[in-house]
Design a protein around this ligand. Structure first.
Ligand code: NAD
Ligand code: UDP
Length: 332
């Protein structure tokens, strides 16, 4: 039986990936320090004999006994609000965490998959974004802690591939949404859905003309799974190319939640990318992958999930201690 390690397993995408690997017959060890994730995302696996969870920071030395066949490295704060609150931890997860996870892959002769991001293209000057594009990133801006950590992680992954012969994969994930996102992680999908369900105005940053392309989590996870089974070492974009402005997106959420349109404009965050859409021809050619869930269907599922889970999510967030780095920063 194949043995997989998933870092960031208690997060939104990590927990869905664990479910997918278990369905494929893997034995899975999840690793997480719960800085932005939640063990409740894995509560349904409490009695699952094929799954174990290790509470550990991936920036520290990773010692896993026995054989490991595949490592999926997802551990990192992922929402702009999280990585602005946790700048050093974000840099450490991308740099030291990737170094530890690659070291483990090399020691075990395991394959390694890096969860990279469309943010490595920064505020892109080429549209849509193809994997060949090198990006337009501000290294010293507030988003630089995430973007540069992921760019370093990609460089390190390719170095282990070329220099040590480790079998590696890099997935560049574009905005993905779905059940198990944190209500207050600040990303636009939970933010708008939470506001819609609470009868509050939806907060549009800037004039709302910036664009994004949203992918449903089940599609993304299938793309990651197919990539992990392929020989492809080059980065692969996975995302849904249906692009819309944030203003159009807010109106769509109001329509699907069946609430009157109430919008409120707030300042645009520094270095917020103006447009984003993946070119997914490489994923189609190399993996035979295409997104299957259209935006309205995926959003209906997600709104329904938040409707039923929102009270729990609010209780959990209130009980959670604040980020240590954020506390340090606000008290200094
Ligand atoms: P998430 O915050 O829900 O999950 C990240 C998980 O990593 C959390 O459970 C967190 O506790 C854990 N983690 C963070 N630092 C850690 C550390 N040092 N040690 C151990 N665990 C740690 O976010 P997500 O959306 O599930 O993102 C997962 C991965 O996918 C991230 O690497 C992110 O950069 C990447 N990604 C996600 C998206 C998206 O739209 N969801 C887009 C691009 C890239
Ligand atoms: N955004 C917004 N209102 C919010 C949260 C986000 O208008 O309450 C905007 C944000 O400025 C960005 C887009 O929505 O242009 C997507 O933001 P998100 O944080 O989800 O992800 P990003 O793609 O910026 O990493």
């Amino acid at each position: 039986m194949a043995f997989a390690v998933v870092t960031g397993a208690a997060g939104f995408l990590g927990s869905h990936l664990v479910d997918r690997l278990l369905r494929a017959g893997y034995q899975v060890l999840g690793i997480d320090n719960f800085v932005t994730g939640n063990p409740n995302n894995l509560a349904h696996l409490e009695r699952e004999p094929q799954f174990d969870l290790l509470a550990q920071d991936v920036s520290e030395f990773l010692d896993i006994p026995g054989k490991v066949d595949q490592i999926f490295h997802l551990a990192s704060p992922a929402s702009p609000v999280d990585y602005l609150n946790l700048p050093i931890q974000t840099l450490k997860a991308g740099a030291l965490g990737t170094y530890r996870a690659l070291g483990l892959a090399k020691a075990k002769g395991a394959s390694f998959l890096l969860a990279s991001t469309s943010e490595i293209y920064g505020d892109p000057l080429v549209h849509p974004q193809k994997e060949e594009y090198w990006g337009n990133v501000n290294p010293i801006g507030p988003r630089g802690v995430y973007d540069e950590a992921k760019r370093f992680a990609e460089a390190l992954t390719m170095a282990y591939h070329r220099h040590h012969g480790v079998k590696t994969h890099i997935v560049r994930i574009f905005n993905t949404y779905g059940p198990r996102m944190r209500l207050h992680d600040g990303r636009v999908v939970p933010a708008f859905i939470g506001q819609a369900l609470e009868g509050k105005p939806l907060t549009i940053f800037g004039d709302g003309s910036q664009t994004r392309s949203f992918c449903y989590c089940a599609d993304l996870i299938e793309g990651i799974f197919l990539l992990s089974q392929s020989p492809s070492a080059d980065p692969v974009n996975i995302g849904n190319p249906t692009e819309l402005s944030i203003l159009e997106f807010a109106r769509l959420i109001c329509r699907l939640a069946a609430i009157p349109e109430r919008l409120e404009h707030k300042p645009l965050p520094v270095d917020d990318p103006k447009q984003r859409r993946p070119d997914i021809s490489r994923a189609g050619k190399e993996l035979g992958w295409l997104p299957r869930v259209d935006l309205e269907t995926g959003l209906r599922e997600t709104i329904e999930w938040f409707r039923t889970h929102r009270p729990d999510a609010r209780k959990e967030e209130a009980a959670k201690p604040s980020h240590p780095e954020a506390t340090e920063r606000s008290s200094s």
